[in-house]
Ligand binder design. Structure first.
Ligand SMILES: Cc1cc2nc3c(=O)[nH]c(=O)nc-3n(C[C@H](O)[C@H](O)[C@H](O)COP(=O)(O)OP(=O)(O)OC[C@H]3O[C@@H](n4cnc5c(N)ncnc54)[C@H](O)[C@@H]3O)c2cc1C
Length: 382
């Protein structure tokens, strides 16, 4: 039984926990992370690895995303994490989507983004864009390009980040160690007892565990997502991450614009099955050329255990409408789960002067965790 003392103890080694550890080390604190599994197996390694800025809801979440993208880039260089591709291509297939894209460009969040109407598609390569032939641009009226986004391979990047924090920044990790209870500054785990001046719980979707008494009042739901990895024809290269009208209607940074209402109404009429399953298309590419494609959203009080073939078919159908692919084979299928509420994008529950809970409740943690951790400590530690 060890009985070590730390300035900060973090429960959970997902991106929210890692971001808190990083921000605490930057402030000179001694830090430990306690993780019940042998490695992070939660949402943080099941996601697209799509670090997004455009589309994040205005105010805090967008500001946190801008900060987080900058930290990701710095840490990627230091920790040897590969940035796989940059920029997002949002194909506008309906006139209503074009209206949303143009309205977005008039907001401060649209500052560095650009809209390319169909008439300018032939010039895209001369503007420095490559691999534009990978998209069915002919099926779209225009495209909204955002330069801010990039992609990391989460199942590699999260362990790399943990190793960097351990080896280069001196964070202690206690793997296969579940936090069972906390009394004041004393933390009782399945393996040992630890002491910490401050404790932050970052339990992700584990809403019924150690954090339950402090977060149950928020009435969080669980959102289950279905994801695929597909192999397509050799030589296929995406110009960047890809989304469509459905994402303009869904992600708050666009959907909260007044112009989005008519787009949402039209999509609801034209794609009822997709709306029912919460499907919108995101496609990103891995170093081996395979594509990570998703996703669907089911909300409930527990995780959906069974992945549906029908949902998979709907996602693939959408993929064929947008990508110039001739063949595909699904090589991996998985589901992921995150906590969700419409009330806010993330919550910092101030339990006491020594304990807090930090949860991203909008499925945007890969994009916002560093900003959330910074806000938490700026306010808590001064
Ligand atoms: C399929 C999918 C796709 C997504 N795509 C994106 C995307 O592309 N971009 C984006 O920004 N966001 C995306 N998200 C959301 C993002 O992945 C999450 O918001 C983020 O990973 C949440 O991180 P977390 O650290 O809170 O949770 P998690 O990654 O789930 O980590 C929580 C950790 O806490 C541990 N834990 C819990 N209780 C205890 C305890 N008592 N003791 C010890 N350990 C404990 C768990 O074992 C777990 O490892 C996606 C989510 C999913 C599911």
């Amino acid at each position: 039984m060890t009985n070590k003392n730390y300035d900060l103890l973090v429960v959970g080694s997902g991106i929210v926990g890692l971001a808190h550890a990083y921000e605490a080390k930057k402030r000179g604190l001694s830090v430990a992370i306690v993780e019940q599994n042998a490695s992070c197996t939660g949402a943080s390694i099941r996601n697209f690895g799509f670090v997004t800025v455009s589309g994040q809801s205005s105010r805090d979440t967008w500001r946190r995303a801008v900060y987080s993208a900058q930290v990701w880039r710095e840490l990627a260089a230091l920790a040897g994490i590969k940035i796989l591709h940059q920029g997002t291509w949002i194909l506008c297939q309906r006139p209503e989507a074009v209206e949303v894209a143009q309205a977005f460009l008039r907001t401060p969040m649209g500052a560095d983004c650009k809209y390319y109407p169909q008439a300018s598609y032939l010039n895209l390569e001369s503007l420095g864009f490559t691999n534009t032939g990978s998209l069915h641009l002919e099926n779209s009226l225009g495209l909204l390009y955002s330069p801010h986004e990039f992609r990391v391979e989460s199942k590699e990047a999260i362990p790399q980040l943990a190793s960097y924090l351990q080896n280069e920044m001196g964070v202690d990790f206690y793997w296969k160690t579940e936090v069972l209870s906390i009394e004041g500054t004393s933390v009782h785990t399945s393996n040992n007892r630890l002491n910490a001046e401050k404790i932050v719980m970052c339990p992700g979707a584990q809403l019924t565990g150690i954090a339950k008494p402090y977060i149950e009042k928020h009435d969080l739901k669980l959102c289950t997502l279905q994801m695929l990895r597909v192999k397509v024809q050799d030589g296929f290269v995406l110009p960047g991450s890809v989304m469509t009208d459905n994402s303009l209607a869904r992600y708050l940074g666009w959907s909260e614009l007044p112009e989005a209402k008519v787009l949402q109404d039209r999509i609801a009429k034209e794609m009822p099955e997709y709306i029912k399953e919460g499907i919108h298309l995101i496609v990103v590419q891995s170093a081996d050329g395979s594509l990570v494609v998703g996703d669907s959203h089911h909300y409930g009080s527990s995780e959906d255990v069974f992945a549906s073939e029908r949902i998979e078919k709907l996602i693939i159908e959408l993929m064929y409408r947008v990508l110039n692919i001739t063949e595909h084979a699904v090589v991996e299928r998985w589901t992921g789960v995150y906590p969700s509420t419409n009330a806010y994008d993330a919550l910092i529950e101030k339990v006491s002067s020594t304990m807090r809970v930090a949860i991203v409740s909008s499925g945007t943690g890969a994009s916002t965790a560093f900003g959330l951790a910074k806000d938490n400590f700026d306010e808590w530690l001064g």
